[in-house]
Design a protein around this ligand. Structure first.
Ligand code: SF4
Ligand code: SF4
Length: 426
């Protein structure tokens, strides 16, 4: 039995909580709302009441459980090691089992799990995006022209003319290959930030890494799991384990902490009782590595390849990259080695930006209230650019900074390394 099948499976985590309230100090939602129901301790009480039969699966309960960014700040702070993220995911799955899935979510998730249909939708969207979105004057993003589920104040990046995986062969050869690695592109690099994806592949090629990019890979399923649809997420997990298990590679590179955490934690949890997949899920999880860790710990940063990049940058820690995958030092190590680049640490760099994937879609104003602290911290550094390691954070930071009158460009860490290689080559 997994926590996605039965709420009883999170009991052990509930019992660990000694109700100290330390989680209040770090919970971005509690710090805005100041309501006990928003913080981990309050949610633990609610889930406990649910399990004891003192509470029902009501609209109110579903709304309270939706108020969590799964940022894991409480997990890192908790003196008792309560895995609050597991409690949230398990309870959301129980809510869907009891109340069903909203028809709109069901429709969206049924497209996400069908890669061909999803790709077709995104390609069509790329062709007609000008009809639905109006270009923003100062940024490389657009506003929705009509209210169709997206807040019209939002700035969103344009869809790539062609998805990243359609621009590259399935095997990207290198002249003198010394390593082979697989690349899980994730949706953001595939459909939005294709230039960052091309930079990632070019950096790997430059280091004699042959890159395998399976064409049949698809969304990791994190947004689906976060909404409690464990059944669909399970299908997606099995499909990815099939795809990546058959590759003869030492590493599977990710460029987004949420995708990486889904492979390393959620797939293992989802498949732990599946006799066919349990072991292969663990084997795939053991090969997952974020691109900045891969460059620092596996390849090693060769300073003779680095040219000057004259920028003043600060770095935002994506929650799932930092607390989910434990990647915090490698991006900084890369940035600090680049000649000409001035790195300034921002205050609370590991505080959530308020995105949490679809949280910013369903709770836009609250997500922007949370983001405001990030914009202030970035402004205080005087940096001319912001670097991070997650496409969803890039999207949220760009939108939020526009809201707070800042026009600072955003980059994925690997793009800065690619810039440095290019500068040297010139
Ligand atoms: S910090 Fe941990 S033990 Fe303390 S109230 Fe929060 S979840 Fe419970
Ligand atoms: S995961 Fe983040 S948002 Fe959710 S309760 Fe913990 S600190 Fe708050």
């Amino acid at each position: 039995m997994t926590m996605f099948d039965s709420l009883n499976e999170v009991k052990e985590e509930l019992l660990k909580c000694m109700k100290c309230g330390n989680c209040q100090e770090v919970c971005p939602i509690y710090l805005e709302e100041r309501k006990e129901g928003a913080v981990a301790r309050g949610k633990i009480r609610l889930v406990d009441a649910l399990l004891n039969g003192n509470l029902d699966y009501t609209d109110g309960l579903a709304e309270k459980l939706s108020l969590c960014l799964t940022c894991m700040a409480c997990v890192a702070k908790c003196p008792c090691g309560v895995k609050v993220d597991k409690i949230i995911f398990g309870t959301r799955a129980a809510i869907v089992r009891n109340r069903g899935l909203h028809p709109v979510k069901r429709a969206i998730f049924s497209v996400l799990k069908r890669p061909r249909l999803f790709n077709l939708g995104m390609k069509t969207g790329s062709m007609f995006q000008g009809l639905v979105f109006k270009k923003h004057a100062s940024l490389t993003g657009s506003h929705p022209r009509f209210p169709f589920g997206l807040d019209r104040r939002r700035i969103i990046p344009p869809l790539a003319d062609k998805p990243l995986r359609s621009q590259l062969p399935e095997v990207v050869k290198s002249e003198n290959p010394v390593r082979t690695a697989a690349f899980f592109t994730g949706c953001s690099m595939n459909f939005l930030y294709d230039k960052a994806g091309l930079d990632l592949v070019s950096v790997l090629k430059n280091n004699n890494v042959e890159v395998i990019i399976p064409k049949d890979q698809h969304c990791c399923g994190m947004p689906i799991l976060a909404h409690g649809d464990a059944e669909t997420a399970l299908e997606m997990a099995r499909s990815h384990i099939d795809i990546f298990s058959k590759l003869d590679v030492e590493h599977i590179i990710t460029s987004c902490g949420s995708c990486g955490t889904t492979f390393t934690h959620h797939y293992v949890d989802l498949l732990k009782d599946d006799p066919k997949y349990a072991e292969s899920a663990k084997a795939v999880a053991a090969k997952i590595i974020d691109i900045s860790d891969y460059m620092v710990k596996i390849i090693g940063i060769d300073e003779s390849k680095l040219g000057a990049v004259n920028m003043k940058v600060t770095y935002h820690d994506p929650c799932h990259l930092n607390r989910g995958m434990g990647v915090k030092d490698s991006p900084r190590e890369i940035l600090k080695k680049i000649p000409g680049l001035e790195f300034v640490e921002m205050k609370n760099a590991d505080r959530c930006c308020g995105s949490a994937g679809s949280f910013s879609l369903t709770h836009y104003d609250l997500s922007m209230d949370i983001h405001r602290h990030k914009s202030d911290a970035i402004r205080d550094t005087g940096a001319d650019s912001v670097v991070t390691g997650c496409g969803a954070c890039i999207m949220q930071l760009a939108d939020g900074m526009n809201r707070f009158n800042m026009n600072v460009p955003m980059y994925h860490t690997i793009q800065i390394l690619a810039k440095s290689y290019e500068a040297k080559a010139k």
